[in-house]
Write a protein that binds this ligand. Sequence first.
Ligand SMILES: [Fe+2]
Ligand SMILES: [Fe+2]
Length: 225
Amino acid sequence: MTTADAGTGRPRTVDVDCRRSGSRYLAYAPDVDSPWYQDLLVSPQATLQIEGVPHAARAVPLEGEERGVALHLLEVDAARGRAIADQLLVHHGELRKTLAAARAELDGEQSAQRDRPVLRRELLGHCVTFCNDLRMHHLREDGAFTAIQKAHPGLAPALDRLRQEHETVSRALRDLDELLQGKKEIESAALREEFDRVANGLEEHFAYEEANLLPALRGDGRTPP
Ligand SMILES: [Fe+2]
Ligand SMILES: [Fe+2]
């Protein structure tokens, strides 16, 4: 199970014993202070890997039980589909804003010839925040895609492409992170090139995701080509 760390918002992945009960999975924390249990009290969204398949789930604390939760797997009906579509756009908007801020910083540095270590520190800060937000976003999407595909089997090819892009993006982020963390001097042009590669790839990914998923999730009846 992956939760959002209640302190940092970063993904936290742990092995949890779950018992199936009807359409829910019941999970009990060893004690009330268990990090994943505390995470779920703050943010009830979780991603469960069940037999290698990611599932988006929502945790509801068990009544009269201090450290137990029922995990309800996401099911995409008409209302839920519209809610997912709205949420997707909000998250993409936030991620686009962070990307634009990082890009503006790079532009400023190139014209003002600012001290490179300072820039690198600022960019690194942006990158760490952005990378964590994006990792969480993609992780949750991978879980939601399972339910979306069940409700809209015609989306399978688009969802496959999006899943593959999530992996490509995660590799590109690791490269960029290494470049920024590295002690090796890097030319600001090289950094810019790498940044643009990641940013452009992401913008394409967001656009493809919106073009292919939003119509189906909003129920306008159009199946993407
Ligand atoms: Fe995505
Ligand atoms: Fe997305």
